[in-house]
Design a binder for this molecule. Structure first.
Ligand SMILES: *[C@@H]1O[C@H](CO)[C@@H](O)[C@H](O)[C@H]1NC(C)=O
Length: 210
């Protein structure tokens, strides 16, 4: 009887171990690249509806730039009332052929809904598997936290999307700009070796971002 009890308990324990392997956990999130403590909150009596309001997503951003897209942000910088709530929005406008170039949000997963146009979207996971879709009006796509992703307008008209991000300040690191437009610049030798190209070609690409 006692043996039966022991093997039952052991079985239960092993079962729990198996299940717990499937439980995913994550680290606590920083809210910005760094945060040197000097924070103060607004006096609650001084808070008004304006602290929770932003009227800026109604207008299209100007897409007349090198990439043909424009991201209008509605995060804690525009809406102080978002502080500590782990959520924010962007509006993204795309000219025909325009691209929101490969970038990451170090602090947020993004869920995008296409309001107008046609978008080729995709992300690359850490095993370098590429996940991609062509979105039509009303379609939704998820870009998992911190993974490299992009959108391109592959339609014949302007496109516009709204995306929600799981951070009050998601941060964005555009891969090409980080590598080729850093200040001060990365050494040519690093980029040449990393991309398996000549240093002349590195200079050529860097000049495109100047
Ligand atoms: C995005 O659009 C805004 C509003 O038209 C404009 O002020 C800003 O310069 C644009 N940004 C880029 C990168 O073109």
């Amino acid at each position: 009887m006692a043996n039966g009890m022991i093997s039952f308990t052991l079985g239960l324990f092993l079962l729990m171990c198996c299940y717990s392997e499937k439980i995913m956990a994550s680290d606590p999130d920083p809210l910005q690249d760094f945060c040197v403590a000097d924070m103060e909150s607004k006096d609650p009596m001084a808070v008004s509806a304006e602290d929770f309001f932003f009227g800026g997503l109604g207008q299209a951003g100007n897409t007349d730039n090198a990439v043909g897209s424009n991201v209008t942000m509605a995060n804690v910088m525009q809406i102080p009332g978002l502080n500590t709530f782990g959520i924010s929005l962007v509006r993204i406008d795309y000219a025909v052929g325009g691209i929101n170039p490969p970038h990451t949000h170090p602090r947020a997963t993004e869920v995008l809904v296409l309001l107008e146009g046609q978008l080729l979207v995709g992300f690359i996971d850490t095993a370098n598997k590429f996940f991609s879709k062509t979105l039509e009006k009303g379609d939704v796509f998820v870009f998992p936290k911190a993974l490299v992703h992009f959108q391109q307008n592959v339609g014949h008209e302007n496109a516009v999307a709204i995306a929600a991000l799981s951070s009050q300040l998601p941060g964005a690191q555009i891969i090409a700009n980080s590598l080729f437009a850093a200040d001060p610049p990365l050494p040519d030798s690093v980029l040449a070796k990393a991309f398996r190209i000549t240093q002349e070609l590195v200079d050529f690409i860097q000049k495109k971002f100047a």
